[in-house]
Design a binder for this molecule. Sequence first.
Ligand code: PCA
Length: 205
Amino acid sequence: MKILVTGFDPFGGEKVNPAFEVIKKLENTIGSIEIIKLEVPTAFNASIEKACEKIKEINPDAVICIGQAGGRSDITVERVAININDARIADNLKQQPIDTLIDEEGKNAYFATIPIKAIVNEIRKEGIPASVSNTAGTYVCNHLMYGVLNYIHKNSLNTKAGFIHIPYLTQQVIDKANTPSMSLENMVVAIKTALKTIGKKENTK
Ligand code: PCA
C-alpha cells in the first residue's frame, strides 16, 4: 500500500507550518505502508496542481493532506470539502479569491473517502484529543481537499482521500495568550495512527 502525505508550507506570518514539520518526522515506511511525502505551497491552484501531478506520477492507494488550523485544540479529521474559495487573508502568492468556485463544472461538495470515525477513535486511543470536523474552512486547505477529491472523481481513480487539520505547535503560541497548541510528538503519533488506520483493510468508512 502506498500513501501520499502532503503538508503545507508556512503562511500568515508563521515561521513554521506544523503540517510540514510532522511530515518531516515520518518514516518512509510504516509497517507495510509506503509513505510518500510532499510539501505543497499555501497557494490557490498551485497546491492542487502540485498534489495532482504527484498522484498522477505515483498512483497512490490513498492521499492524506495535512494543514494547520490555528486556534483549534485537537486533531480534526475533515468530513467534507466544498466548492468555494473565500480567502480571509492572501495566500503565499498574494492571491485572495472571494466567493469564487474551485471548479465551475465541479460538484458542490465531496465527502472524504478515508475512514474518518475510525481514525478519530484510534487517535483518541493513543491519548491524543481528536474529533471529526464538518468544515475545512474556505481557504487553501478546503481548496486542496476539494481539488484532490475532484481529480480522483473525474479520473475515476480508486484512491481514497481526506484531510486532517492539526493545531498550532507549542512554539507557535508562546506570544499568543489563551491559544491552544499541541506538541510535535503528539502530532506525529496522531498522523502515524491515522495512516495505520487507513492501511487496515477492514476500515472502509
Ligand atoms: N492551513 C490553511 C491553509 C494552509 C494550512 O496549513 C487552511 O486551513 O486553509
